[in-house]
Design a protein around this ligand. Structure first.
Ligand code: C2E
Ligand code: CA
Ligand code: CA
Ligand code: CA
Length: 262
């Protein structure tokens, strides 16, 4: 009962937060591991609560999902991420692909493709600068997801499979879903230099991605040793605290120069 009250309370707080503009986007760079250049950013939502401070997505996304509030929240994320990308490109920071996370409910929303198309038009961002990240756990209705991915790609948007290795990981997916890239889950990157199981898994996933002509991204890169391991094994991109934590747009611009020195 107590828990239920809490979540009802949070839900009404979330509604107010959306109306009151309390959400913020942080950005985390995706770095090309052979050149060291930033090629993309991932938008990650934060809730700037007037009393409680910065609240991470894990604490409110599930409730936004359950209540359906994720739909307007997701559109807010898309719109703002596209606007920020446009701004960065216009200031000379290019090429830059912006990755936005989709939630299950968004993926199954009947007008997702129209909503994405509308936001691209409204923000005047060329579709090739947008990438949508989905996870294997979202593949409940396979045929529907195949269709949605196809339509999104027809718009010109790129598709990425996030948290790879943690879901059902049917290898059929990689063939049936027309994705452009895979992100190796951070749990495998953790200790991949000292743990031989993780090291084998990471090598195998990279190798597989190359054979399937998919771009391969490692998330959660925290140490120089992990970076060297990934470079040795020809991983295309990396993302993680070693390069930068997710930061507000203003601070990212400052980090850009420092990252190129790692
Ligand atoms: P994700 O998409 O797998 O994002 C990666 C998470 O790992 C982020 O947590 C990021 O801050 C964190 N991270 C990045 N590099 C490192 C590292 O080197 N070490 C460690 N320990 N962590 C690292 P965050 O921002 O708290 O987001 C958590 C999850 O919330 C995301 O996982 C994503 O599933 C969801 N999320 C975030 N923003 C959005 C959004 O706008 N929409 C939706 N639907 N989901 C979102
Ligand atoms: Ca993600
Ligand atoms: Ca992930
Ligand atoms: Ca995740």
């Amino acid at each position: 009962m107590e828990l239920m009250n809490q979540s009802v309370h949070l839900e009404s707080e979330l509604k107010k937060a959306l109306a009151g503009n309390e959400f913020r986007l942080f950005y985390q760079p995706k770095v090309n591991l052979s050149t060291g250049k930033i090629e993309g950013m991932e938008a990650l939502i934060r809730w700037e609560h007037p009393e409680k401070g910065l609240i991470p997505p894990a604490e409110f996304i599930p409730i936004a999902e359950e209540s359906g509030l994720i739909i307007p929240m997701g559109e807010w994320v898309l719109r703002n991420a596209c606007l920020q990308t446009k701004e960065w490109i216009e200031s000379g920071f290019s090429p830059l692909v912006m990755s936005v996370n989709l939630s299950v409910r968004q993926l199954y929303q009947p007008n997702l493709v129209e909503a994405v198309e509308q936001i691209l038009k409204e923000t005047q961002l060329a579709p090739e600068y947008l990438e949508l990240e989905i996870t294997e756990s979202m593949m409940v209705d396979k045929n529907l997801v195949i269709e949605v991915i196809k339509e999104l790609r027809t718009l010109g948007v790129q598709m990425s499979l996030d948290d790879f290795g943690t879901g059902y990981s049917s290898l059929h997916y990689l063939n049936e879903f027309q994705i452009d890239s895979i992100k190796i889950d951070q749990s495998f990157i953790r200790n991949c230099t000292s743990n031989s199981y993780n090291s084998s898994i990471v090598k195998m996933i990279i190798e597989m991605a190359h054979r399937l002509n998919l771009k391969i991204v490692a998330e959660g890169v925290e140490t120089k040793e992990e970076l060297i391991f990934l470079q040795k094994n020809s991983c295309n991109q990396g993302q993680g605290y070693l390069f930068s934590r997710p930061l507000p747009a203003e601070e990212i611009s400052k980090r850009i120069l420092e990252i190129e020195e790692i």
